[in-house]
Structure formats: structure tokens, C-alpha cells
Write a protein that binds this ligand. Structure first.
Ligand code: GLA
Length: 338
């Protein structure tokens, strides 16, 4: 409703469609996606809605309804689209348009009004939800109502890499594109295959915001990714997904301590993610709790992406759950939600 009203107020016409995509919460499998590993996110009932209509001019006009009706306008055309120096939401939109063209999807001139309720900097993928909504809407304006959702996810990831500056994996975009109600999504990020895992009857997911907003962490994120790639080179594997715990320990000579711990997080987290998906399918809350606890400790000690406030919150929640489930930080880290 807000997207439609904002569109009418801005462009003095009715939109042709409203594109919507959700944010996600990751249950387990952190920083494994760009290592070809496993993740287990689920879509959440918070997302981004974009009212859209075609225009005659070969350009995109957009209004950000949650940002004081800030506007952006740019011509459509491969090299003509550039990121703005201090741009944020603008660069997500620009990146999706440039990415669509880079992936050979034609883009029609359009007006759009954007609104969303995924909290930003909370580790709940507000940007993937914006990117997927935008990519879905653009392809619908082109007459594609049932697009290849993996391709849309790749376009949104391309936009993050090229226009936003974060070398993210593909989890958030796939979770937003494929998430289903009452299911988590087990994604094999090496094969790019996903499988919906039903949530057990009566299970509840509680997302608690630590109150610590993630700052400018793209640099720390990109650094972790480089450390993982360095470890993969040391072990002679294409991706850390191809490493098991035996070889991890046996062949560690010559690898520096930090890179070793980063690799250990990824290798053990992959195993935990598969175990957690199996535990979820049969509603084994004790196993779920153990996996979540081990995952949090590994993020804290080996991958070093948690904060003391987050650790405390996880400890408090874990002790109050008393074995009936588990708690861990979710998302890229350095703040956000548990
Ligand atoms: C961010 C990235 C994802 C993933 C997570 C950590 O959300 O966008 O690709 O790497 O961090 O699991």
C-alpha cells in the first residue's frame, strides 16, 4: 500500500505492478557460502516492496519513500551506469540495472517507488531483499513473470560486488529469491542447489536485535574472504568446501595461525550445517541447540566476527532456552541480530 501510494503521489499515475522480496535470517552456515559450502537460511516476513511502471524514456526514475522521498534518476545503457560516490540505496538500484544488462536481460525505462521494513545493518539482508525485488520487478516489466530465480540472485550478487563494494557470497540473494513460508532453505553453495526443509510443528524462530548496528564492515568481510582463499591455496583445494577435518589438521604446516582458524571455522561449520538440517527435519531440539552453540563459539573464537555484547546476549538466551533449542549470532557479523 505504501509503495502504491508513494508511486501515485510521485508520478501521478497508477503503477503496473508491485515487486516484493523478503529479507532472511540465517539459522546456521555462516561465511560458508563463498567457500562453496552449505547454509541454512529462511525468509522472514520483512521485506522490500517496489511499485513500478514503464516509462517512455530509456531511463530509471526512483523515489525512496523511507528516506524522505530521496530521488535518483539515471539513463539505461551498459557503461553509462556508474555508482554514485556516496550512494547507498541508489547504488543498489543502479547495480541491478547494470547487472541485468551484463546478464543479457533487457531493461525497460521505468518509474519506481521503493519502501521496505527489513532493519538495516542488522544482518537480515535488507540489501538482498532490495536487489531481488528490483530484479524481479524489472523482469516482470519485460513480460517475464516466471524468471530464472538463480539468475536474479546472481544479478543481485553482481550488483553487490561491482556497485556496492562487498564481495558477498550468494546465500542472501538465493534465500530471498527462493524462501518459502514455514520452511528453511538448505543451500549447497558449491552446486547452487537448494532444498526446502520444513520447520518442525510448533517451532518458533525468535530474532533478537543486539542493538549494535553493523558499521562499515565490508573491509572486514572482504578480508575474511581473502583469508579463506589463502587457506584454500595452502591446502591445494579450489574451495574450502573440498577440505575435511582430517586434512585440515594433517596438512596445516606452513599455514599461519589466523588462516588456519578461519579454515577450521568453515570446515566445521559446513559439517554443522548439514547436521542441523537433519536435526531440524526431525525436530531434535537438543541437537539443534548443540549445533547453534558450537557455531557461535566458532564464529567467536576462530572466525572472530562476534562482539562481546553479542556473545553475552547469546549466553543469556541459551541459558533461558534450557536445551529446548539454541541461539547464535546470525549474518555477516560485527553486530546485528541473534
Ligand atoms: C553476508 C553475505 C553472505 C554471507 C554472510 C555470512 O550476509 O552477504 O553472502 O557470506 O554474510 O554467512
Amino acid at each position: 500500500d505504501k509503495a502504491i501510494a508513494g508511486y501515485r503521489a510521485t508520478y501521478d499515475a497508477a503503477p503496473e505492478l508491485v515487486a516484493y522480496a523478503p529479507g532472511r535470517v540465517n539459522l546456521i552456515g555462516e561465511h560458508t557460502d563463498y567457500n562453496g559450502g552449505f547454509v541454512l537460511p529462511c525468509a522472514i516476513p520483512y521485506g522490500t516492496a517496489i511499485a513500478m511502471g514503464r516509462s517512455n524514456a530509456p531511463e530509471i526514475s526512483a523515489v525512496a519513500l523511507d528516506l524522505g522521498n530521496a530521488k535518483d534518476r539515471f539513463a539505461i545503457g551498459g557503461d553509462a551506469i556508474t555508482p554514485l560516490d556516496l550512494g547507498e540505496w541508489e547504488n543498489h538500484l543502479r547495480g541491478i540495472v547494470a547487472g541485468s544488462l551484463a546478464f543479457d536481460l533487457p531493461v525497460h525505462g521505468a518509474n519506481m517507488a521503493v519502501t521496505g521494513n527489513v532493519p538495516q545493518g542488522a544482518g537480515l539482508s535488507s540489501s538482498a531483499s532490495l536487489g531481488i525485488a528490483m530484479a524481479l520487478g524489472l523482469s516482470a516489466l519485460n513480460g517475464q513473470d516466471d524468471p530464472d530465480r538463480t539468475k536474479l540472485a546472481r544479478i543481485a550478487q553482481w550488483a553487490e560486488h561491482e556497485f556496492v563494494g562487498c564481495s558477498c557470497g550468494l546465500m542472501d540473494q538465493l534465500a530471498s529469491a527462493y524462501g518459502e513460508a514455514d520452511h528453511a532453505l538448505l543451500i549447497d553453495c558449491g552446486k547452487i542447489e537448494n532444498k526446502a526443509v520444513p520447520m518442525p510443528d510448533g517451532a518458533r524462530i525468535l530474532i533478537v536485535h543486539s542493538g549494535v548496528k553493523r558499521g562499515l564492515v565490508d573491509s572486514a568481510y572482504n578480508e575474511r574472504r581473502m583469508q579463506c582463499e589463502a587457506a584454500a591455496r595452502h591446502y591445494g583445494v579450489t574451495e574450502l568446501r573440498d577440505l575435511d577435518e582430517t586434512r585440515l589438521n594433517l596438512d596445516r604446516n606452513g599455514l599461519d595461525e589466523t588462516a588456519f582458524r578461519r579454515a577450521r571455522h568453515v570446515v566445521t561449520e559446513n559439517a554443522r550445517t548439514l547436521e542441523m538440517a537433519a536435526a531440524l527435519a526431525i525436530g531434535d531440539y537438543a541437537a539443534i541447540g548443540n549445533m547453534m552453540q558450537a557455531s557461535h563459539q566458532s564464529m567467536r573464537d576462530d572466525f572472530e566476527i562476534t562482539l562481546p555484547e553479542i556473545d553475552r546476549l547469546v549466553e543469556n538466551i541459551t541459558s533461558s532456552i534450557d536445551g529446548e533449542g539454541g541461539a547464535r549470532m546470525t549474518g555477516g557479523g560485527f553486530g546485528g541480530c541473534v
